[in-house]
Structures are given as C-alpha cells and as structure tokens.
Design a protein around this ligand. Sequence first.
Ligand SMILES: Cc1ncc(COP(=O)(O)O)c(C=O)c1O
Length: 367
Amino acid sequence: MSQFGPEYIRAIAPYQAGKPISEVAREFGLDEAKIVKLASNENPFGVPESAKQAMAAAAAELGRYPDANGFELKAALAKRYDVPADWITLGNGSNDILEIAAHAFVKAGESVVYSQYSFAIYALAAQGVGARGIAAPARNYGHDLDAMLAAIEADTRLLFIANPNNPTGTFIPAAEIEAFLDKVPAHVAVVLDEAYNEYLEAKDQFESTAWVRKYPNLIVSRTFSKAYGLAGLRVGFAIAQPAVTDLMNRIRQPFNVNSLAQAAAIAALNDKAFLEKGAENNRAGYRQVVAAFQELGLEYVPSYGNFVLLKVGSDDGAGARVNLALLKQGVIVRPVGAYGLPQWLRISIGLPEENAAFVEALKKALG
Ligand SMILES: Cc1ncc(COP(=O)(O)O)c(C=O)c1O
C-alpha cells in the first residue's frame, strides 16, 4: 500500500464498471460482433441520428474550447424545465454532478446519507471528500425514507436518493418524496438522482424539477446517458436554486462538458420520437425478460428503470457463478456482489433479440 495520500482515499475500493465488449471478446476468445452487452443500462438503440448530425456539425469547431457556461444547452434545458438558466449546472455525466455536490457541500469528517442497495457512487463521492457515508437500511430493496430521515445526524450535509434506484429498479411515488422533503432538516442538501426518469410511465412521472422552487436544499440530477443514448459522451445536469447552483459551479471544472456532448445533448433533448421509441422498446423488453423469469420460477425485483435485478441462486457464490457462465456464452450482465447482493444479477433491457439471447444463455447457465 502506498504511503501517499490521505487514509480515506487509500480506503476507497474503486468503482467496478460493466465489462467492455472488447475485453470479454479477448478474455473468452469470442467474436465481438456476437457479444450481447446488457451490463451498463445503456440505450440499445445507441446514439440518436439527430445527435449524430449535431456532432458532425460541431466537429469543425473542435480546435476551440467548449463553451464553459454551456449557454445553448442550458437555454434548451431552461426552456424544457421552465427554470432560469442560472438554476442549471452541467456535468460530465450526472456522475460529475454527484461528485460536485459532495465537494460543494461536505467537509472531511462530516456525513452523507444514502440508502443500502443504492447507486455505488454515493458512497464513493462521500469517501472522496473524507466524509462518513451512512447507509440507511433498505425496505424491500428500495429506499426506506423513514429510515433515511432517522439516519440523518447533526453533521449530515448531503443525502442522495436514486429514483428509480439503481441497481434495484425500485421507485418512490411523488407524494412520498414530497412528504420526505418537508421533513429533511434545512442543513442537509438533497440530491434527487433521476437518471432513469424518462423511462417512467406517464402515470408515475412528476415534475420534480418544479419542486426546486419550493425546496432551497433540493438538487435534481438528470442524465443524457440512458434514455437519450449518449452514455459515451458524458453529459448530465442538475437543477437547483441559484445559491446552490452558484456553489456547485465554483468547483465545477470550467470545461467539464465537451463541445460534441453539448451539441448532441441539445439535439437529443428535442428528439421526442427517439425517447418514445426507447421507452416503448424498454416496456416490451421488460415484459419479455420478466415472462421468462416467471416461467423459470426466478425471483426478481419489479423495476421502473431500463434494467432488472434477478435472483439467480440462494448461495453467495450464485451471482459470480452464473455471471461467468453467461460471459462464456458472450452475454455480459452486471454482478452486484459489491452492492451486498451476491445472489443477484442486474440485467439491462436490450433489443428483443438481445433479450432473447440473454434468456437462452441464462437457461443454459442455470442448467
Ligand atoms: C442512479 C444513477 N445515477 C447516476 C448515474 C450516472 O450516470 P452518468 O454519469 O452516465 O450520467 C447512473 C449510471 O449508471 C445511475 O444508475
């Protein structure tokens, strides 16, 4: 172990990303073209055509730095969400927003609250600033908001909620979140991470972005990585009142969102047809895989995202074992042992043929 750096940095276990296709092809001697990747909740349709065109046009200007203030993208977002542009912070993916929030609001020695089985970056963002992460116990694999309230301490400065949650896919209805926000002490900033918001059915959608008018400690975080199909470009954003936004912008890297990403995000934001196609594919794909789980008698957590958590055995080696058997067949999913869920795998919803390939491989893997 290196003697360099503070102890809290040396204690960090790095984030484990989904395996890239090229790595699995090399490791298992497989043809890249035949590999099915359902590991990182990406959009199976890839980049929207509208965004490709916008990037081609923006490419001519790549010799120059990006617009550090993201004027046009913020203007488009401001219009869409009906907030002034100075309520918006742009991020290099929404992951950047989560990190910026930790740096802006939390000192070493203070604490950050999140839920058991929620997105791994929350704990890492807390650790990265030398803060104490407090994981409130989950209820039915989702957030228990009462337990989260109870977990808040005098030195808690930040609280993360993922809705829908990754990796479990659970969802908290609007009324419950609003009641929770009413009770959270004013010294705690709340990041409401809605990376999968666009996959919600209309009946579950709510204008969380309007809540920021009411709650000065609320930061709503969204991303272009999932439903908008731009994961590789890295664009996300936060909406919060100007006092909070101002603090976040003080420590944001000035050029954290590159020019191609800004151009593509504007195009994707206005591409309603692409979003609708993705949401429809997701609903059908979810029904497809869940029908197979039911046929196989497998337990899963009902999901509101573009992925589903599946129990593949009752011993703690099950997730790793079934994952390896799937990898050997060229299907990449996500083991979630690091989340304390060693008996489960998380599977992203793909195209119908990808889902079918996964189901076939799963049947073989389970023997
Ligand atoms: C709940 C949640 N929040 C945030 C992110 C970060 O995504 P990105 O940095 O690509 O916006 C993810 C990605 O998986 C996620 O699942």
